[in-house]
Design a protein around this ligand. Sequence first.
Ligand code: PXG
Length: 450
Amino acid sequence: MSDLATLQQLDAQHFIHPFTDHNALADAKTRVVTRAEGIYIFEQDDKPILDGMSGLWCCNLGYGRTEINDAVFAQLNQLPFYNSFFQCTHEPAIELSQRLTALAPEHMNTVFYTNSGSEANDTMIRFVHRYWDLKEKPSKKTIISRKNGYHGSTIAGASLGGMGFMHEQFKGLDYITHIDQPYWFGEGDDMDEAEFGLKIAQQLEAKILELGVDNVAAFIAEPVQGAGGVIIPPATYWPEIQRICDNYEILLVADEVICGFGRFGTTFATQYYDIRPDFICFAKAVTNGYQPLGGILISDRVADTVKAAGDDFAHGFTYSGHPAACAAAIATLDILEKEQLVERVKDDIGPYFAEKWAALGEHPLVGQARSIGLLGAIELVSDKQTKARFPDCIAGSTCRDMCVKTGLVMRAVGDVMVVAPPLVMTHAQVDELCEKAWQALELTATKLNK
Ligand code: PXG
């Protein structure tokens, strides 16, 4: 293995990293991750770092799951690649489709495969536009999304996303528009939480009426915004969104790229919130992050319409339903079922995590500690009463650096610290995560002189 300095130098010379300030990276130097086991990653010094982010919201079963590796290896030996175009298919894609649709809500019985969450969202738009054209409502093209949502990084994914700093760097699609997010802590002022949830949901109705129902095709949202800072909507939000979509016959899209596969103690977050989307977009944890695979689960009304069209649906990727990726997904679903991890999140480790995580709210720097299943966020503030922030998101970036010192991966979204740890963690590991987070908060407070 090359020494760290050589790797860092080569990295700086040849590798442009995603979502990275390369000047800051040049000063800090890349961290080279060398191996992983259980819920820990290791760098060259070989000290364990608790991975509170499951890779990047994807390794829900943790690392070292050799069952998945073996399944991929066996599939590569049997049939490393064949396409699913031109009336061909193969067993892994067939089996996975059957398994995924059995887990999905009853009205969703078909899947289309992509290689990532971004492509899943692009694909969703292709289906939405095709559906309304086939329904002879071709003016229905606009998709309503939310500010601060994240839906990926292709042009369509980034256009659907509502992060201002991303939109500054490219020209977004003109048939996508955004309404506010249900961020009660940050934007609810003095409003009651339930009332705020209704008010924000009703922006969807107002937007539909403003644009004209004949022009609106779909509404997309993450059940809980992940990359935007683990924004858990008030309980009143989703029922009202469902009512509005039903009332105006707008297709509902649940982007479950982060929420899916057990994170909330249900297979899909759609089931947690009891909503009936036309599309569930998935990726990441479907293969435990071990192979690139994404896709969309599609409602019967949309799938039946598109299948009945009588001509080609002109959309697909070379690697749609790649056999090795499908094999990884089947092995992942096998483990989820065998180890009863969805139930474990609901009845055991989820409630335990909720209790321990909530205690971080007692720290003087924390304005709110919230969680759902195994997803958690803490809001860093300089004043707990007024919720005043430190300038320039300095608290978040400081806390992230302190987490590195304490041996914990916790992500900073501005001044919100978030975690999405593996579903397999033990009670003792939840304690360890929360203790390390507390230590990082203490170090942050000292550095910020609080
Ligand atoms: N939808 C959602 C809800 C996501 O979180 C995507 C789509 C896109 O998936 P792909 O596979 O194309 O990356 C995502 C991805 C972060 C971070 O910093 C989050 C994601 C990706 C990279 C970084 O929190 N989410």
